[in-house]
Design a protein around this ligand. Structure first.
Ligand code: UDP
Length: 327
């Protein structure tokens, strides 16, 4: 049985990856320090004899007994609000954490896939973003702690590949959504859905003309799985190129949730990218992969998930009004 270590296992993408690898017949070792992850995302796996969980912070030395075939490094805060609340942990997990996991991969002779991000492109000056674009990042801005940690992570990963001959893969993940996103992570989809369910106005940051391209989680996981199994070691964008303005997106949410929410405008956070759309032609060429789930279907599944949360959970103060964190 092949053995895989997944860091950030209790998080949104990490927990979906655990499910996927269990379903593919792997022995899965999940690891998480639970700063932003939640055990309820993997509670269903605890009875599985092919799953085990380590409560561990990967910025400290990582010890895993036995052999490992694959490592997927998905531990990291991943929303702009989280970077503001825990900036130093964000920098450490992308740098020190990645270093520990690359060292572990080398010791175990395992192939390692690193979760990178569209944020390496910063506020992009070319559109759509291809893997060949070097990015436009403000190192000292509020997002710099995430963007630069991920850029360093890519450099370190390439250095291990080139210097040690380690088998490495780098996925650049564009805005991904679906069940198990955290209601209070501050990102636009949980924010709008939480607001709709509480009967609050939807908060648009800035004038709402900024764009994003949203990828459903099942598509993202399929792309990551194919990349891990491929023989391509340079970064690959995985995302859905269907681009939409935040204004139009808010209207879609109102339509989907069947509510008559008003829209209120709040200040735009500093360095919030004006446009974002992945060029996924490389993924299509080398992985024969492209996003398949349309936004209507994906958003409906996501809303169905948020509807299962308890009223008590929905009303928690920490899940409301993220605009107070805007810098
Ligand atoms: N946004 C918004 N209202 C919210 C939360 C986010 O208008 O309540 C905007 C945010 O400013 C950004 C876009 O939605 O332009 C996507 O934000 P998100 O935090 O989901 O991810 P990002 O792509 O910026 O990392």
């Amino acid at each position: 049985m092949k053995r895989v270590l997944i860091t950030g296992a209790a998080g949104f993408l990490g927990s979906h990856l655990c499910d996927r690898f269990i379903n593919e017949g792997f022995y899965v070792i999940g690891m998480d320090n639970l700063i932003t992850g939640d055990l309820k995302n993997i509670a269903h796996l605890f009875k599985n004899e092919h799953f085990e969980f380590y409560h561990h912070d990967v910025t400290k030395f990582v010890h895993v007994p036995g052999n490992l075939d694959y490592i997927l490094h998905f531990a990291s805060p991943a929303s702009p609000i989280d970077y503001l609340k825990i900036p130093i942990q964000t920098l450490k997990v992308g740098s020190l954490g990645t270093h520990n996991l690359l060292g572990l991969a080398k010791a175990k002779n395992a192939r390692i896939l690193i979760a990178s991000t569209s944020e390496v492109y910063g506020d992009p000056l070319i559109h759509p973003q291809t893997e060949y674009y070097y990015g436009n990042v403000n190192t000292i801005g509020p997002r710099g702690v995430y963007d630069e940690a991920k850029r360093f992570q890519e450099s370190l990963t390439m250095a291990y590949h080139n210097f040690h001959g380690l088998e490495t893969r780098i996925v650049r993940i564009f805005n991904t959504y679906g069940p198990r996103m955290r209601l209070n992570d501050g990102r636009v989809i949980p924010a709008f859905m939480g607001q709709a369910l509480r009967g609050e106005d939807l908060t648009i940051f800035g004038d709402g003309n900024q764009t994003r391209s949203f990828c459903y989680v099942d598509d993202q996981i399929e792309g990551i799985f194919r990349l891990l199994m491929s023989d391509y070691h340079l970064p690959v964008n995985i995302g859905n190129p269907n681009e939409i303005t935040i204004n139009d997106f808010a209207k879609e949410i109102i339509q989907l949730t069947g509510t008559d929410q008003k829209i209120v405008y709040k200040p735009l956070p500093e360095n919030d990218p004006l446009q974002r759309q992945p060029d996924t032609s490389l993924a299509k060429k080398i992985l024969n992969w492209e996003a398949k789930t349309d936004r209507k279907t994906g958003l409906q599944k996501t809303f169905d998930y948020f509807k299962t949360l308890s009223a008590e959970e929905l009303q928690k103060e920490e899940h409301k009004d993220f605009s107070k964190y805007i810098y």
